[in-house]
Design a protein around this ligand. Structure first.
Ligand code: IMP
Length: 197
């Protein structure tokens, strides 16, 4: 039978890569006091770990998008509290898939005349790209599976999983319901790698 889910990025791999990203960002933005703008809600675990890996002064803000239609159309449902004009802005995304959301967002933010505008995305689904978008910092390149965990959700669920998991069989995953997150957390405690069966 097909494996319903598979861990693709472990907690340890996330911690190691995010430390590297934080170091690179700290070096590149030294003395610039950048604003890191997290795109809610998927960015939450990532930005929480990333800012603690940036050993230079910076500010943090958030925005929340509402999606409508199928072509990546979005509007800003909750905007940043900090004015971005003249600031060095680093957008923090959980995942870039088709690139449609990010390209819309970059256009929206560019209008506010930041001093610079760059993006850090934890996950880059390269094979799914429809629109070319600049991605100055990226955690991991991944394939085209649907992913869950570490901020990524399915119908608002599974954001709390400590690693990133690929869904190989959505129907079976739905049948498993609560036993999926339970198995993930159990494997984190006892170190077993047998759960993706
Ligand atoms: P894009 O506009 O196609 O690049 O999609 C970006 C948004 O789609 C991300 O910010 C996520 O909210 C969502 N998304 C894309 N791929 C996944 C996935 O594999 N799991 C969960 N959410 C995803």
């Amino acid at each position: 039978m097909k494996t319903p889910y598979l861990e693709v990025v472990s907690e340890d791999a996330l911690a190691k890569r995010i430390a590297e990203l934080g170091e690179a960002i700290a070096t590149d933005y030294a003395d610039l006091n950048p604003v890191l703008v997290g795109v809610l809600k998927g960015c939450v675990p990532f930005i929480a770990d990333l800012i603690r890996a940036i050993d230079e002064p910076h500010e943090v803000d958030f925005l929340l998008l509402t999606r409508f239609g199928t072509k990546g159309r979005v509007s800003v449902a909750m905007d940043t509290a900090i004015s971005l004009e003249g600031r060095h802005v680093l957008l923090v995304e959980d995942i870039v898939d088709t690139g449609l959301t990010l390209s819309t967002l970059l256009r929206n933010l560019a209008v506010r005349q930041p001093a610079s505008l760059k993006t850090v995305a934890l996950l880059d689904k390269v094979p799914r790209r429809i629109v070319e978008v600049p991605l100055e910092y990226r955690g991991f390149e991944i394939g085209d599976e649907f992913l869950l965990g570490y901020g990524l959700d399915w119908n608002g669920r599974y954001r709390n999983l400590p690693g990133v998991w690929a869904v190989m069989d959505m129907e079976r995953l739905q049948d498993l319901d609560e036993s999926f997150p339970e198995a993930v957390f159990a494997s984190t405690v006892d170190g077993s790698s047998e759960i993706a069966r």
